[in-house]
Design a protein around this ligand. Structure first.
Ligand SMILES: [Zn+2]
Length: 215
């Protein structure tokens, strides 16, 4: 299983001890100085505290166990065995190389095998992995692998389309470019018709041909 929940910080070695809030705020103050500004001026004086609170929100996924989110399933499905698709899930993550936002959307589908899960839980799994430091490829794989491992469906498909602010606001400055990643497991990988149906449902016909070729 590719799911890695970080060890609780209390058990981490001393070198990886979680800093105190004051230490985290001091680090933000250092970055303000590094940017060339005066952290003591009126507009910035509360910024370290605000940034640390924002970080608690941006990275709240470390506190969530995605496996536990999917633990409660329903078996009374009257034999429903068609695709379940959650489309256009808003995705907000942060790139682990630059710590700037990755903004986009995720599409998550699975083919149930006896068990289904509350539909909001799929969105919560996306969020649990998105609210960490990520690269899009790993995020895509983690979501698909967790659903596959826990629900053991006949197949799982995850597509993420996202813009990386490290590409749009710095470096090569390419706004309007989005990155598309996909992870297909089970029937979505083995059966081209199932994969095409999924890609058509998420409105990626152009992409469908390419992804089908890649298998
Ligand atoms: Zn980056």
């Amino acid at each position: 299983m590719n799911v890695k929940t970080p060890a609780p910080l209390a058990e981490a070695p001393l070198s990886r001890r979680r800093p105190t809030r004051e230490e985290a705020e001091a680090a933000v103050r250092t970055l303000l100085l590094w940017a060339g500004d005066d952290p003591d001026r009126e507009g910035l004086v509360d910024t370290p505290a605000r940034v640390v609170r924002a970080y608690e929100e941006f990275f709240s996924g470390y506190e969530i166990d995605p496996v536990e989110l999917l633990a409660r399933t329903f078996e009374e499905t009257d034999g429903y065995d068609e695709m379940v698709l959650l489309r256009d899930i808003r995705l907000e993550s942060h790139c682990e190389h630059h710590m700037v936002p990755i903004i986009g959307r995720a599409h998550v589908a699975y083919l149930p095998h006896k068990r289904v899960v509350g539909i909001s839980k799929l969105a919560r799994v996306v969020e649990a992995y998105a609210k960490r430091l990520q690269i899009q490829e790993k995020l895509t794989a983690q979501i698909a692998n967790t659903i596959n491992d826990v629900l053991q469906p006949k197949g799982v498909a995850v597509v993420i389309e996202a813009a990386h602010q490290c590409m749009t606001t710095r470096g090569i400055h390419k706004p309007g470019v989005s990155m598309v990643t996909s992870r297909m497991l089970g029937a979505f990988r083995d059966d081209a018709a199932t994969r095409r149906e999924f890609l058509a449902m998420i409105g990626m016909r152009g992409t469908a041909a390419r992804l089908s070729e890649e298998g």
